[in-house]
Ligand binder design. Structure first.
Ligand code: CA
Length: 517
């Protein structure tokens, strides 16, 4: 109402009371709603062809706009992906190379630049960068990782306590900001960021028994033996069989529930856990049970994200804001949903390397469009600035996706992407590697092991058999090695990247990057 009242006053004093409000709004620079979740794999979004669930509200974004089939992250881990998005720079340049680093909030970020360009900026939900957000008119974020229930949060520097389910709460705060707190006279950029469906995948009260009566299809590689790949795939610590804990599997309830929440939880999980104990499963049957428990809880968390995204989309529709608002859905990386017997992320293998990216831009994107261009989280900052008509700084390392979104991909669009994962030693024991992906092939180099893996993505989309030692692929391997070297020169990746430690400061030789792909 506040918005309409102010517009009505403006219209009356201008003598244009007959002019519809909407035509004025449409002439303004578009608003941006960036919806971001944590660890949400594209293979659990129905617009991406999920075989295991449906996401009707996320599909409203994808099917109403453009679905990017080939969006990949530069470093498949939570904090680093967020830092890349904020800065448009690779991890070794923005200084956040692994979880546990602290983001240097004094550096250039796209929210700061949008604010300078006249946008109102807000950040609600999961931030997870170790330092307070900078560049926002309003921020209300989880402390650190944040729990699924009753999250302590920080609102513009002040601690706030909330009771309820975190995905619902983040949405309530987002809607409150849209309705009551934003400045109606400015275009806005809102980051609406969920903790879900991150581990430990604790569903909300509305979804505790969803999927109880169904069996979710298993991925074909659930019982992968890792023959055909090198040391890293064989020595990781992220398998459903060995790594998942009783807490992950909900054999014990979440630790911070109110008595009422605990009662509801136990009513749902008590009978399921009793049946499991009585079954006394072993071997493959036990792995199958763990997979079902894991994937159902994951999908229950996704269902809550989907419902809550629907609430925000409904609000945009009801107020007419949708007509001049770009809505984007993405997640910080992909995730293994039992493929290769795994959960978690980190590897450059497809399931965790790929990010969902769906963009709905009324009047610009054609509903039902699918793009197979190679794009990256390195491009997001540049894209937001381009949408706003703001200058894109020369030291950002990606490219604006606006021409691609408009269906006018430049002739010189990239034909390969560079990847670099650093967090070893670390959780889940995934070895450091860098690599390059084209539309046809992927070369990975585990540089501390001095092992290469090469995949033919068309013939072997599940990446089960490295063809690095196949003489027929020698030329491809050499070409991709050359491209890795070119990328490392272009991005000024330090030679001693294998010595990065937790504070991120031992990287030597890194200079501000000034080149793009
Ligand atoms: Ca993540």
């Amino acid at each position: 109402m506040k918005r309409l009242t102010r517009y009505a006053f403006f219209l009356v004093i201008c003598g244009y009371a007959f002019c519809p409000v909407q035509s004025l709004v449409a002439a303004e620079r578009p608003n941006i709603v960036f919806i971001f979740s944590d660890d949400h794999a594209a293979q659990s979004i129905s617009a991406y062809g999920s075989k295991i669930n449906t996401t009707p509200n996320l599909d409203r974004i994808g099917n109403g706009g453009t679905i990017f089939e080939n969006c990949f992250c530069t470093n498949s881990i939570c904090g680093p992906s967020r830092a890349v998005i904020l800065t448009g720079k690779h991890s070794h340049i923005n200084g956040f190379v692994r979880n546990g680093n602290r983001f240097d909030g004094s550096q250039q970020t796209f929210p700061k630049l949008l604010r300078k360009a006249g946008y109102q900026t807000a950040m609600v939900g999961k931030w997870h960068l170790g330092t307070d957000p900078t560049g926002f008119d309003y921020w209300h974020v989880l402390k650190g990782q944040g729990p699924y229930y009753n999250p302590p949060m920080i609102e513009n520097g002040q601690q706030v306590k909330h009771v309820g389910y975190t995905t619902d709460i983040i949405t309530d705060i987002t809607l409150d900001w849209l309705k009551e707190k934003r400045d109606d006279d400015k275009p806005f950029m809102l980051m609406f960021q969920h903790k879900a469906p991150h581990r430990n995948w604790q569903p909300g009260p509305k979804h505790l028994t969803m999927y109880d009566d169904v069996t979710i299809p298993e991925p074909p590689t659930l019982f992968d033996d890792y023959i055909g790949r090198g040391t890293a795939a064989k020595t990781q610590d992220m398998s459903i069989e060995k790594t998942m804990t009783a807490y992950d599997l909900k054999l014990t309830p979440p630790r911070n529930l109110t008595p009422e929440q605990l009662e509801t939880w136990n009513a749902a999980y008590g009978p399921k856990n009793k049946a499991f104990e009585e079954a006394k499963l072993t071997g493959k049957d036990l792995i199958r049970w763990k997979y079902q428990r894991y994937i159902k809880d994951y999908l229950r968390c996704v269902a809550s994200v989907d419902d809550n995204v629907g609430r925000v989309l409904d609000y945009l529709d009801e107020t007419g804001l949708a007509d001049n608002t770009i809505v984007i859905y993405s997640s910080d990386q992909g995730f293994y949903l039992g493929e290769h017997g795994w959960f978690d992320k980190r590897f450059m293998y497809e399931e965790s390397y790929r990010m969902p990216l769906m963009v709905r831009w009324p009047g610009v994107t054609k509903p039902g469009t699918r793009s197979d261009e190679l794009v990256s989280n390195l491009d997001f900052a540049e894209t937001f600035l381009d949408i706003a008509g703001a200058d894109i700084p020369a030291d950002m390392q990606g490219r604006s996706l606006v021409p691609v979104i408009k269906g006018k991909t430049p002739q010189d669009w990239r034909t390969a992407l560079y990847y670099h994962y650093y967090e070893y030693p670390g959780p889940h024991s995934v070895r450091r590697h860098f690599g390059v992906r084209t539309k046809e092939h992927k070369l990975m180099h585990y540089y501390n092991l001095d092992e290469y893996e090469l995949y033919d993505m068309q013939r072997d989309p599940d990446e089960l058999n490295s063809v690095y030692d196949d003489p027929n692929y020698e030329k491809v391997a050499n070409d991709l090695k050359r491209r890795i070297k070119e990328f490392q020169d272009l991005y000024q990746v330090p030679d001693d990247s294998g010595t990065v430690t937790k504070d991120g400061k031992v990287i030597k030789g890194a200079k501000p990057g000034a080149k793009k792909t």
